[in-house]
Design a protein around this ligand. Structure first.
Ligand code: CO
Length: 168
C-alpha cells in the first residue's frame, strides 16, 4: 500500500466535479486501499478521491475509534435525508480548522462496494455526516461553503496567514 499526498484547500482539483467510476477493477481496488491507509495515517474519519488528486467518485470512511470498520464507497449518492442537525466538522484538506455545519441527521445512501455490488445503507449522526461531507467533495463542494460569509472569510484569512508562514 502507498500513502498518498493530501491536497489542501486552494488546490484546484478540490473544485472539480469527479467522474463516475465505470468498473471496479484492480486499479480501483488498490487505489481505495491506498486511500484508507492515507486516511488512517492522517487520523481522519473520511477521505474523498479528489483530496488525493484523483477526480473519481470514490470515498472511504471509518468512524470507528478502533479503526476497524472501513467503508469504501464507489459512486455514492444520498437518496433521501431527513432531520437537520448542527455539529462541528473538519476536513483533512483544511487541517486544524473546524466549523459548525448543518446536515441531515438521517440519510439513506446507495453506492457500489469494493466487490462491485450495489449497496444501500441507512446512516445517522456521525456516519450520516461523514457520508454527506465526502459526497460533497465528489461534487466539488467543501464544508466551509456552508458557512456565513463573515465566518468563511475569517477562515480564509487564517489560511492565508498560514500560507505566508509556509504552514499550508
Ligand atoms: Co473533507
Amino acid at each position: 500500500m502507498t500513502k498518498l499526498d493530501i491536497r489542501k484547500y486552494g488546490d484546484s482539483i478540490l473544485r472539480k466535479k469527479s467522474k463516475e467510476v465505470s468498473t471496479v477493477n484492480d486499479d480501483v481496488k488498490r487505489f481505495a486501499q491506498d486511500m484508507l491507509e492515507t486516511m488512517y495515517a492522517a487520523k481522519g474519519l473520511g477521505l474523498a478521491a479528489p483530496q488525493v488528486g484523483v477526480s473519481s467518485r470514490i470515498c472511504v470512511i471509518d468512524i470507528d475509534p478502533d479503526k476497524k470498520s472501513p467503508i469504501i464507497m464507489i459512486n455514492p449518492k444520498v437518496i433521501s435525508g431527513e432531520g437537520k442537525v448542527v455539529d462541528q466538522e473538519g476536513c483533512l484538506s483544511l487541517p486544524e480548522l473546524f466549523a459548525e455545519v448543518k446536515r441531515f441527521s438521517n440519510i439513506v445512501a446507495q453506492y457500489t462496494d469494493i466487490s462491485g455490488k450495489n449497496k444501500k445503507v441507512e446512516a445517522r449522526d456521525l456516519l450520516a455526516r461523514a457520508i454527506q461531507h465526502e459526497i460533497d467533495h465528489l461534487d466539488a463542494k467543501i464544508f466551509i461553503d456552508y458557512l456565513p460569509d463573515w465566518k468563511r472569510k475569517n477562515m480564509e484569512k487564517e489560511i492565508k496567514r498560514r500560507k505566508k508562514k509556509g504552514e499550508w
